[in-house]
Every structure is written in C-alpha cells, then in structure tokens.
Ligand binder design. Sequence first.
Ligand SMILES: Nc1nc2c(c(=O)[nH]1)N=C([C@H](O)[C@H](O)COP(=O)(O)OP(=O)(O)OP(=O)(O)O)CN2
Ligand SMILES: [Zn+2]
Length: 138
Amino acid sequence: MLTITKEFSFHAAHRLHLRDLSESDNLRIYGNCARLHGHTYRLQVQLAGRPDETGMILHFGELKGIVQREVLSRYDHADLSDLPEYHDLPATAENMAEHIFRTLDCALVSDRFRLEQVTVYETQTAWATRSRDGGEHA
Ligand SMILES: Nc1nc2c(c(=O)[nH]1)N=C([C@H](O)[C@H](O)COP(=O)(O)OP(=O)(O)OP(=O)(O)O)CN2
Ligand SMILES: [Zn+2]
C-alpha cells in the first residue's frame, strides 16, 4: 500500500461534558477536562492510492485546501463544544477523529485514492486514530 500523510494544526477550546448530566457528575467523569480549556490540536490525514502521471497521489496543496475548507475553517479558534456535531457528543479526540474522518471521506472522492486514516492529537501524549477498517465499533 502506498500512502501520503499531511499534518495540520489548529487551536481550539472544548469542555468534556454530557449535556444530560449535572456539573458534579461531569466533573467526576471527566475531571478538569469538564471545564473549558484549550489545546493546540494536531491533525494527520492519510490517503492511500496510486500516483497519477505527475507522480502524486494528490498534490499536498490540494489536500490542504480540502482540509482547510471542510475542517479547519470551522475548528480553528473555535469552541468545539458549540459546533453542532458536538452538541450531543463530547468533543473527545475519539469523537473528533470519527467525525473528521466521515467529513473528509465525503470530500475526497476518487477512483485512484481514498481516505485511509485520520489522527487527532489532543496533546503530545494523547491522540485518537480512525482508520478506514477501524469503524466497526463506531
Ligand atoms: N479517551 C480520552 N480521554 C481523555 C480525553 C479524550 O479526548 N479522550 N480528553 C481529555 C482532556 O481533554 C485533556 O485535555 C487531555 O487529557 P490528558 O491527556 O489527561 O491531559 P494532561 O495534559 O493532563 O496529560 P499528561 O500527559 O498526563 O500531563 C482527558 N481524557
Ligand atoms: Zn481537552
């Protein structure tokens, strides 16, 4: 398998909470992360496919434009908890990787390549990965 990967970063705030729970239950489950705080997220997007006659699976610049349009334009400098996709789901790294994978999968349609994996780094030591063949528990 031949893959390309491009990395992006964005700044965003979030607080982990379940809407139906009390403040104290959310604090018990999520600890300090139930309070509003921010991260410099890193996002890695991987495509698998075959290069065209130019030698590229997809120009990194084109991939950047798609990720910018579909994800970063909404996520950068945002409070993620305000976005509709995280209204009923907490903006955990897991839920973000899942949602971003589904969003980009719809935007990256080609008979030569496909989206293979999305990784969201919340911190340098904590991240979630959604792989194409890893969605069966979603
Ligand atoms: N499975 C998950 N666990 C946690 C998530 C998550 O998205 N998925 N998120 C958080 C918080 O948002 C928090 O900001 C990050 O947590 P944590 O790694 O515990 O942060 P620290 O900086 O305290 O990590 P250390 O490396 O231990 O200093 C919590 N859990
Ligand atoms: Zn956090």
